[in-house]
Ligand binder design. Sequence first.
Ligand SMILES: [Zn+2]
Length: 313
Amino acid sequence: MARMSGATWRPVPNRTLNGQSEVRGVVVHIMAGTLAGTDAWFRNPAAQASSHFGTGRSGALYQWVSTSDRAWAQSAGNRSWLSVENEGKGGDKLTESQLDRNAQVLAWAHEQYDVPLKLASGPSDRGLGYHAMGGSAWGGHTQCPGSKIVAQLPEIVKRAKALVGEPTASDGASTSGTSTYTVKQGDTLSAIAKAHATTVAKLVSLNTLKDPDGLAVGQKLKLPAKKPAAPLYEPFPGAAFFHGGRTSPIITAMGRRLVQEGCAVYQNGPGPNWTNADKESYRRWQKRLGYTGDAADGIPGPSSWAKLRVPNV
Ligand SMILES: [Zn+2]
C-alpha cells in the first residue's frame, strides 16, 4: 500500500521512484507557507522539493508522493522516513484538525509499516520525528517545525494510539511498546514468530533483518507490542462511514453513549441507522467539546470520537 485512503491524491513530479528503502517513521514539518502555495511549489521541477503528505490548517490532507517513492523533504532522512508538511508559518502551533490529520498519517504508517506509536529520539530511532532532529545531515533546518509544534508531538502519538485502539495510559515518550527476545540455539524466525503470535514479515521489518535465515544465538530481537484481544473502545471508523443509508451496531453504540452524555435528541432510538437525530446529537457532543462552526458539523471526527469512548461492538 502506497497511498493512504482518506488523503486527497495529488501526485507531483518531484520524487525518486521506488526510492523508499524503509520506513522508520513520520517526520513533521512546517511549510512556512500555505497548502496551495506548497502544492504549486512541489509541482515545479525546479523546486527539487516535495513531501509525502501535507495538511491544511482547516483539515485538508493531501498525499503528493506514494510512500514507496522517496519524497524530497529532509535530505539524508528521505530514504527512511515519510514526511508531512503542515500549513502555517514559523512559530505557529498545529490546529486541532492538523493534530488529527498527523495522527491519522502516523496511525496509517503504524498499520502499513509497523512504525511504533512513540516519539523517535533521533534519525536512528523509529516513530514520530521532526525535521530539526536530523541536524545538518537533514539540511540543518533547526526551526522546522518549531518548538511549539515539537511540544505537540506527544498529543499526535496519543491520538494515533486512540485511532488504532492501543491503550494510551503510558506517556508515549519513553515506552517503545515492544519487548525483546534473545535467540536460542535451534531457533528459527518462523518458530519465534509463531510463539509470539506475530509473523516473519513483521519481525523482519521491526528488526530490519537483512537475512531472516541468519539468526545468531544470543541475538536480541524486538517483538511487536502485544495488542489487547479486543480494544476497549470502538476504533474511529472514518468520517466517510457516517452517511444516510449506513446501518451498523457502531451507530447504536455511539447513540447510547450520546444518551449517557446528555447530548441525545432521539425521538426513537438510538438505532443502527444513521439519521438526522444521530447527526444532531453528535453535533451537541462536538459543541460540548468546544467545537464551533464547521468543526461542529455532526459528523464524527477522530478526536471527538476518541473522547466519546464508544464501547467496542
Ligand atoms: Zn522541514
